[in-house]
Design a protein around this ligand. Sequence first.
Ligand code: UD1
Ligand code: UDP
Length: 361
Amino acid sequence: MKIAIILGTRPEIIKMSPVIRECERRGLEYYILHTGQHYSYEMDRIFFEQLQLPAAKYNLDVGSGLHGAQTGKMLAGIEQILLEDTPDVVLVQGDTNTVLAGALAAAKLHIRVGHVEAGLRSFDRTMPEEINRIMADHISDYLFAPTETSKLNLLAEGIPQEKIFVTGNTVVDAVYQNLEISRQKVDALKDMNLKEKGYFLTTVHRAENTDSRERLSAILDGFRQVYEEFRLPIIFPAHPRTVKMMHEFGLQVPEGVRITEPAGYLEFLQLENGARLILTDSGGLQEEACILGVPCVTLRDNTERPETVDVGANMIAGRDIAACTRRMMQAGNGWKNPYGDGDAGKIMINELIANLLVVWC
Ligand code: UD1
Ligand code: UDP
């Protein structure tokens, strides 16, 4: 069995790392195909280094661009590689343009596709991610749904039960595998002169937040109010997209907000774990906050991670950032993590091997 693991962005590298480790552990034949959607050192290489992942066999270096151009370049590049280095199965993770291109290129070549983190739905088709994940789910052969909720979403769209496997989310594997390593290797709080539970952590990068002046400025104003009320520094490792748009719109950073470069995963896990509360529009952060027992306020109008809200770990802020922060400051942290026990990578590879054996026999 030969597996092609296609990835291209920060969260895909992190959430595929447990699957890659599982392939290594079992001595399976696999290769990594990197689209190059993310390419800055602190959005890409740093994760390969810190997580000690093998280098990608192929890198398409597609870089940034409009959706059509970026996805089109990936599609053409991936197709060529899959034709030359034919795998039995392609794995993609999440909802980026890389996922759409990887799944589509493979499906058109009649190569089996496994979608890791299948079945998430925000029910908001203005989001590029929602379009990507729906398309990927409908052309995949193995849908690795993290929870029963995501499985139900897939069933409701008519995807046959036999294709769906509830595995948990590999984000739990990644957190468990790396938190201890991070404690041994880095001391992010000391380096940044922060006190345990003495700061808020934030990230913002989603198109609907960064590409609208009004929306981005409302988020910064929300931070201003939060700082006025709680007087805790707000640490903001900013995605390059957000920095670019803040400059373009001429927006000022409010008092109390500390913008930094994007952090490495080992440092970032500590920043999350030590935070009093996390404010974010990131999918991965909503999950990681829930896993680490840190209350979360989501800087969006909806979420495809309703499990985090249901267990009481997360609140969707809409326009009420300060009010939701106040509410979540009262939340305890005794909820149960709904994303599994940290063995999603193993479960997936088991299912993949079992199912491919059935096809071959
Ligand atoms: C992409 C995904 C999003 C995911 C996010 C993870 C899509 C449609 N979006 O959004 O779902 O949550 O990755 O972080 O696939 N840039 C750099 N260096 C980089 C990468 C990007 O400077 O290494 C800047 C460029 O100005 C670029 C912008 O960020 O134009 C946006 O990058 P892009 O990959 O298009 O989307 P993300 O916002 O990163
Ligand atoms: N992350 C990181 N450094 C940062 C910000 C995020 O290592 O400065 C990690 C975070 O721990 C999570 C992932 O990146 O695992 C989330 O990526 P992102 O928010 O870019 O994408 P999303 O999850 O929204 O698709």
